[in-house]
Design a binder for this molecule. Structure first.
Ligand SMILES: Cc1cc2nc3c(=O)[nH]c(=O)nc-3n(C[C@H](O)[C@H](O)[C@H](O)COP(=O)(O)O)c2cc1C
Length: 247
């Protein structure tokens, strides 16, 4: 076990032009398929986009953010109850997976699978970056990738051979996330102290100054993840779930 990997890993947003050999990609994905999965149903699929023109179109759906544009490959990981439901039906069994609970189960499976791909790929020397924008244009991405009923994109990964230095990131201290026996709600002062590591982090300070923001918190609420945008994405994602028979 490479302990150092876990303490030093970081996302990459810049990649060399070198393509990932298909044999390596398939080895990573096959290994990731040993991740835990609900009822061993394997409620996920992954779509590899590596054709240059298609990758360009897909990057556009990710707002041409650097990781999407620079990576030679984008993986779209989908919550998938289609294959399993069809197998049930073929066998004369009645699948009851066209509901929101089943979406949550498949989403959980798919995200665990995505993270397993990430860990294995990074341990193989590749660089990865999640693209949270998969939710924003899920409808277009779904059409582009030809996703059928009961298949919804839930995670995207830009992946390739990393280029440039690792960008160091900070994390909250252990006590922020660790609770014994019962949830401990911290005082306002304690919360401020827990986040000090973030407010003092040089890259975050620069971000605040460059945007003339009152605090780092405002960067999140007013610029990166606004209420208005969250509500719009929620509505369009709910529509997609309904179209794909998950609600
Ligand atoms: C669900 C999720 C969505 C993310 N979306 C993006 C994204 O759209 N663009 C990006 O550059 N990084 C994205 N990331 C990467 C995070 O920004 C990154 O993991 C975080 O800043 C911590 O940095 P590190 O992974 O280098 O430690 C995402 C990560 C996750 C888990």
């Amino acid at each position: 076990m490479d302990e150092k990997y876990f303490t030093t890993r970081a996302s990459f947003r810049h990649f060399s032009d070198k393509m990932i050999p298909e044999s390596l990609l398939e080895k990573i994905i096959e290994k990731a398929m040993k991740a835990p999965t609900c009822g061993n149903m394997q409620l996920y699929s992954v779509i590899v986009t590596q054709d240059k023109t298609r990758k360009q179109q897909l990057a556009k759906e990710h707002f041409n953010q650097p990781a999407a544009v620079n990576a030679p490959v984008i993986l779209t990981i989908c919550a998938d109850f289609n294959r399993f439901s069809r197998w049930c039906a073929i066998n004369g069994a009645n699948p009851g997976y066209d509901n929101f609970h089943s979406f949550i189960v498949a989403l959980t499976d798919a995200v665990i699978f995505a993270q397993q791909i990430t860990t294995i790929a990074e341990m193989e020397g590749l660089g990865t970056c999640y693209l949270g924008t998969v939710n924003y244009n899920a409808q277009n991405i779904s059409s582009m990738l030809g996703l059928p009923e009961l298949v919804v994109p839930v995670a995207s990964l830009a992946i390739g051979y990393p280029e440039g230095p690792k960008e160091e990131t900070e994390r909250l201290p252990l006590e922020a996330v660790l609770h014994y026996e019962q949830y401990r709600e911290d005082s306002d002062d304690d919360i401020e102290n827990l986040f000090k590591i973030k407010t003092d982090f040089p890259a975050n300070k620069e971000y605040v100054a460059a945007n003339n923001a009152p605090t780092l918190a405002h960067i999140f609420t007013d610029i990166r993840y606004t209420k208005d945008m969250n509500e719009k994405v929620s509505e369009s994602f709910k529509r997609l779930l309904s179209e794909k028979s998950f609600s």
